[in-house]
Design a protein around this ligand. Sequence first.
Ligand code: HEC
Length: 244
Amino acid sequence: MPPETLFPAKEVRLPDGRGDFSWSRDGDTHKQAVAPVRRCAALSGLANLRAKASIVFRCLPGAGSWGRNTMRFTGFAIALVAAVGLAGQVLAGAERITFPQNYKSDFVYFMTSDRPDNNTVRDLYANLTALESAKDGAPLDHGSLFAMEVYAAVLDDAGEPVYNEEGRMQKGNLKVVAVMEKQPGWGESYPEDIRNGDWEFGFFTGDGTLKADVDTRPCMECHLPFADDDYIIYLEELVAKANE
Ligand code: HEC
């Protein structure tokens, strides 16, 4: 069992009367079925997500205003799922990404994110362009590339994640490699309400094959509130790494 302090239950209330939403995962295709509500502004709270996170997948109507600075949580965090207006629609674009075959040797590993909400462990890598330009924060230079390995967590007989002495989850099989690449003009084909600067998103298998059936709109919806961090959720950690 994880230390109790890591998992305080949190209920998230959102302004604007947004409704409940749910998120289901379809094996390793990472498809999300999301109730038809608009983007969930409180997603910006994800900026404060830390490895030891408590994740809540409810987005309730309620009062209060959410801003990045009002959502400081230490030791735990809230993750919310972007609501997808056009779930199922596949956007063209991911095929523009060149899978960085040698990311393990050529990129810089900068952190691991444990995700007890969906029993995955993620290793985050950034290329040198991203690392160099992160020295003075956002925005990152064009040519920046991120590869995030998503592993199934090792589970015990009860289906709960196995934690080591440090309270960290353990990696099982690699499920997918999530890639973000930023190139000049790439964002131009997207409507402003989902455009993530010039970033393109794609899911790949471990050997670099694009999962062409994965809709990348949810990627953009979920990363969109992080515009101030050039759409990178763990930019702060990369900046720290770049300035080591
Ligand atoms: C439900 C919200 C959500 C969706 C949808 C989503 N992401 Fe993310 N993404 C995150 C979070 C949270 C992180 C921080 C690492 C972690 O714990 O997963 C992240 C991190 C990343 C990173 C590492 C760089 C960073 O921002 O820290 C990449 C690359 C990435 N996502 C790619 C994708 C791709 C590609 C898709 C769609 C196929 C996608 N994401 C969809 C929430 C999301």
